[in-house]
Design a protein around this ligand. Structure first.
Ligand code: CP
Ligand code: NVA
Length: 298
């Protein structure tokens, strides 16, 4: 049985297979007859808000022949204290797979263990593997390969997105630079485990020098709302804007996982300049996740 719980745990070979098949899912959308989820029902348990992940999985499951069952945690007994392991054992007997967006990484791991059905991490505080697989695909679409490229992540370096980027750098052989204030920098633990070419700095200009990709994410991730004032103060200055873009390599692209907060982690001007590739990236969530679901049902 296959799960997608993190970039940390997925192999290089599996990433390559998912990315290769994404090309086919994108090219043949609407005309392909492959229905690997025919007759299946997949649960989608969401404890946090979502636009892209929810819609792309619901549409993707439908296009692969299955049915998606969206379950907001407030509407099921999990939200009233039923244990993850009991919820998992119930859904494992009724549904064919599960997609979970929640806080603790351990909850997704426990769900996979107890449900014994294919389980996807649709974002935890620790990782966002579906997003980073999509980002790798978007880079391959633009550059042919991610190997040897330089990705400069500017902003909250201690987030789920930056953690997943770090694990991807180790596996896919590109350089990751993370520009963040010390308090919001990629942890030693992640850097040690990721074993990739990772440079940490407090200087966003230094990180952007010659980079192929400038990448950012919200300064205030879901669940961190109480820290808003401190984050706005400390992260001020870690914005992707024209100054940083001028340092990047000629032909560099700007990516953003979205949702974007203009005037904070990215300037309005740079966001709009790169909106085509940023919304290609958003669309690619659908194609990449169809490929993930197909890989899981192998
Ligand atoms: N990037 C992303 O996961 O977006 P949503 O929170 O809208 O799903
Ligand atoms: N780091 C962000 C990603 C949103 C897709 C969050 O967790 O809110």
């Amino acid at each position: 049985m296959k799960h997608l719980l993190s970039i940390e745990k997925i192999s290089f070979r599996d990433i390559k297979q998912i990315l290769e098949n994404t090309v086919m899912f994108k090219r043949e959308r609407g005309s392909q007859t492959l229905l690997p989820l025919k007759g299946q029902t997949w649960a989608m348990i969401f404890a946090k808000s979502s636009t892209r992940t929810r819609v792309s999985f619901e549409v993707g499951i439908h296009e692969l022949g299955g049915k998606a069952l969206f379950l907001n945690t407030d509407d099921i007994q999990l939200g009233r204290g039923e244990l993850v392991k009991d919820t998992a054992r119930v859904l494992g007997r009724m549904t064919h797979g599960c997609i979970i967006r929640t806080y603790a990484q351990q909850d997704v791991e426990d769900f996979a263990h107890y449900s014994q059905i294919p389980t996807v991490n649709a974002l935890t505080d620790q990782e966002h593997p579906c997003q980073i697989l999509t980002d790798l695909f978007t880079m391959e679409e633009r550059f042919g390969t991610v190997r040897g490229k330089v990705v400069a992540f500017v902003g909250d370096g201690a987030s789920n997105i930056s953690n997943s980027w770090a694990f991807a750098a180790g596996k896919m052989d590109f350089e990751l630079r993370v520009a963040a204030p010390e308090e919001f920098q990629l942890s030693d633990e992640v850097v040690e485990k990721a074993k990739g070419k990772i440079v940490r700095t407090t200087d966003p200009l230094e990180a952007s020098e010659g980079a192929d990709v400038l990448y950012t994410d919200t300064w205030i991730s879901m669940g961190k709302e109480e820290e808003e004032a401190r984050r706005l103060t400390l992260l001020n200055g870690y914005q992707i804007n024209r100054k940083l873009l001028e340092k990047a390599k000629k032909g560099a692209i700007v990516l953003h996982c979205l949702p974007a907060y203009r005037g904070k982690e990215i300037s309005e001007e740079v966001f709009e300049q790169f909106s085509t590739v940023i919304f290609d990236q958003a669309e690619n969530r659908l194609h990449t996740q169809k490929s993930i679901l197909d890989w899981m049902s192998d």
